[in-house]
Design a protein around this ligand. Structure first.
Ligand code: GLN
Length: 199
């Protein structure tokens, strides 16, 4: 049974824990650097990335998070968590820091005000079955990716068609949307399999 930490500075921590526990993983909220030594994987939840970033710095977690991610700790970020795992961000607030790890540029609040919240059926590479019912809440998109990053999902149609909303680089996974809110555990299962080394 893998132990999967959920960064618990801010955001929808309990929702991720519920999905992970439902898959038979052992989830633990992470608030201190030492806890990172005892987890097999880390989820960075949705919430507000500027707040999460400030709190990570204030609680002396930013450098330990960077160190663990750099040395291979598998991580999955949703929405604000995707922003946290991006090497570069656009439209961040002044001085906003990220953990980084994924060679991509992410645009914060990219989907804009009118469509602050919307749903789309997004096909995810490596996730069998129906497209994912993706819920976007003041979501970022991925503006560009480096050569080592696999694009797993894009908005299928409409004004935002083609926008990248799911990526993977090695043991790091990120989605613009919130699978923890829609009762479909397939992406979390993919992540748990990545943690176990089976995906
Ligand atoms: N807009 C938020 C941010 O910049 C992300 C929103 C979310 O996580 N639902 O962090």
């Amino acid at each position: 049974t893998p132990t999967i930490g959920v960064l618990a500075l801010q955001g929808d921590v309990a929702e991720h824990q519920r999905v992970l526990d439902g898959l038979g993983a052992r989830s633990v909220p992470v608030l201190r650097a030492e806890q990172l030594d005892r987890v097999d994987g880390l989820v960075v939840p949705g919430g507000e990335s500027t707040t999460m970033s400030k709190l990570a710095v204030r609680y002396d977690l930013m450098e330990p998070l960077r160190k663990h991610v750099r040395s291979g700790l598998p991580a999955y970020g949703t929405c604000a968590g995707m922003i946290m795992l991006a090497d570069r961000i656009l439209d961040g607030t002044a001085g906003q820091e990220t953990i980084g790890g994924i060679d991509m540029t992410v645009r914060r609040n990219a989907f804009g005000r009118q469509t602050e919240s919307f749903e789309a059926a997004v096909r995810i590479d490596g996730v069998a079955g129906d497209p994912f019912d993706a819920v976007f809440i003041r979501a970022p998109w991925v503006e560009s990716v480096g050569p080592g990053v696999a694009v797993l999902g894009q908005v299928p149609r409409g004004e935002r068609a083609g926008r990248i909303v799911a990526v993977r680089q090695g043991s790091l996974l990120a989605t613009s949307f919130h699978p923890e809110l829609t009762g479909d555990a397939r992406i979390h299962r993919l992540f748990v399999d990545m943690v176990k080394g089976h995906a």
